[in-house]
Design a protein around this ligand. Structure first.
Ligand code: HEC
Length: 158
């Protein structure tokens, strides 16, 4: 009997010790929950959202190099999201290719009007996937104000 309770209490200690290490390990992970370095989908989306905002201000102020850079960032975030989260609707991923190509072309041509149109199509693409996955309440639009006041937009350095 005594032996059994000893074994039992050893198991208890082990369990308690294990439980104690779990929150510690979780706290050590960046962004409070990435598993094995895999970014969370919501975090990839938030990164895409920041670029969506920056793209707008780069484009409307004619900083075409920055606009091109932000377009590539958005493309990469969406590609990462699609390859890491294969449950995402494939059609809604691939339909993003068209507005991204249109944006790239508008930026290369330094065409403000085409840029605004392609930006609208890109945003519609974001929203259409959100609707598809029953997250229609996550609705994007062109930003009214620039929260990134620490970054220089406009035609600046080349
Ligand atoms: C193929 C589908 C798909 C596309 C395309 C897509 N999203 Fe998402 N988005 C999602 C899903 C799914 C979530 C929910 C993620 C979660 O909570 O795990 C999400 C969530 C979000 C969120 C909520 C994150 C937050 O913290 O508020 C934002 C913002 C967002 N997306 C922005 C965008 C932007 C900007 C684009 C276009 C450039 C875009 N998304 C394109 C599927 C998509």
């Amino acid at each position: 009997m005594k032996r059994l309770s000893l074994v039992w209490s050893a198991a208890m200690v082990a369990t308690v010790a294990l439980a104690a290490t779990i929150p510690l390990a979780a706290a050590q992970q960046p962004n409070g929950g990435e598993k094995n370095g895999t970014p969370r989908l919501a975090d990839l989306m938030e990164a895409a959202q920041a670029r969506h905002i920056k793209l707008w201000f780069a484009g409307i102020t004619g900083n075409w190099k920055l606009a091109g850079y932000q377009t590539r960032q958005i493309k990469t975030r969406l590609q990462e999201a699609a390859s890491l989260y294969q449950s995402l609707p494939v059609d809604d991923v691939t339909t993003m290719a068209k507005p991204i190509a249109a944006l790239t072309a508008a930026i290369a041509a330094e065409d403000s009007k085409a840029f605004v149109k392609a930006y609208g199509d890109l945003t519609a693409g974001c929203n259409s996937c959100h609707q598809e996955v029953k997250l229609g309440f996550i609705e994007l639009r062109a930003p009214a104000a620039n929260p990134f006041s620490d970054q220089v937009f406009g035609k600046g350095k080349k």
